[in-house]
Design a protein around this ligand. Sequence first.
Ligand SMILES: [Zn+2]
Ligand SMILES: [Zn+2]
Length: 356
Amino acid sequence: MHTTHARPSTASPSDPLRVALWLAAQGYAVHPLAPGLKVPVRGCARCSPGTADHPNPSYVEHDGHACPCHADGHACHGVLAAATDADRITEWWTRTPAAGVGVAAGPSGLVILDVDTHGGEVPSDPERLLPGVELPDDLAPGSVLDGRDVLALLVEARRAPLPGCVPETLTVRTPSGGVHYWFRAPAGTQWRPQAGALGWQLDVRAGSSYAVAPGTVTRAGAYTALGDCRTVAELPVWLARDLDRTGHRVRPERPRITLPWRSRGMGGGYVAAAVGAELRAVAEAQPGTRNDALNRAAFNLGTLCGAGRLDRAQVADVLADAARHAGLPSREAEAAIRSGLAAGERHPRALTEAAA
Ligand SMILES: [Zn+2]
Ligand SMILES: [Zn+2]
């Protein structure tokens, strides 16, 4: 991680510009918060709907993602305005020096575990305390008071090192006594925010949500970095697994491949359908099953080549496309296709009249 950047001094927690620039230099996208509050600054008149009690008459309904204010450097639409550009950030905080610093989780590649300490009635149902996790039989009544205890139970169940004893990652205490553990999302992964899905009083900031940066002071108090650690560690594997299990992981749908076989004159009817199904099975196979899917498809289509229904070179070509789409290394894929087709050809498929 980037340990060379100047740390925000704990002696001057009220210098939000310095904190914002420090975060942006590490690639974290920041946006200004209304002075004294933990909500984003209001955008321009056109972009701020106002509240239910005080609707803004100048507001023009529009999609904040595509708002021209972003290009103009205005801090409209809260987290959607988040930026890493030093000039823009300097301008924002020069205009509003007391603005707090929000950090947009998704654009920053962050997953922030938000451990609450609200107190309140502890759920008696273990499934509401830590869904899907077996709790110790000897759990003493009254031993769980807030999110910190729930996290401790999860950590114990996973036999993981307790984050927070000695913070191994940037850890921020909130004015209400809650704790935010900042983690980097593993490369190529996306996460969504949820409240309480991991466990009671265990929220997750990710995706389109944001966290208040250490050094920000609100009317409720200061957000302070705990301990000495000012670097952000990668999301631990055990926690990533639990976040995945509890629905925080965003899995992009694999795009349906467009199949080139029809335009390449690879038959119609039954044969075309067989080619399409085999290519799809390869292209959409998950890691771990991709090699099997490719071997099977090459063999199956090889039987049609053997029966004279398909051209072997064309089939090898489209199978290679599908294998590439699935992410298989091309040299391995070519070898599998060659041997699969050859084996299939030795068992030509007898087609019925209807299928032919
Ligand atoms: Zn605007
Ligand atoms: Zn706008």
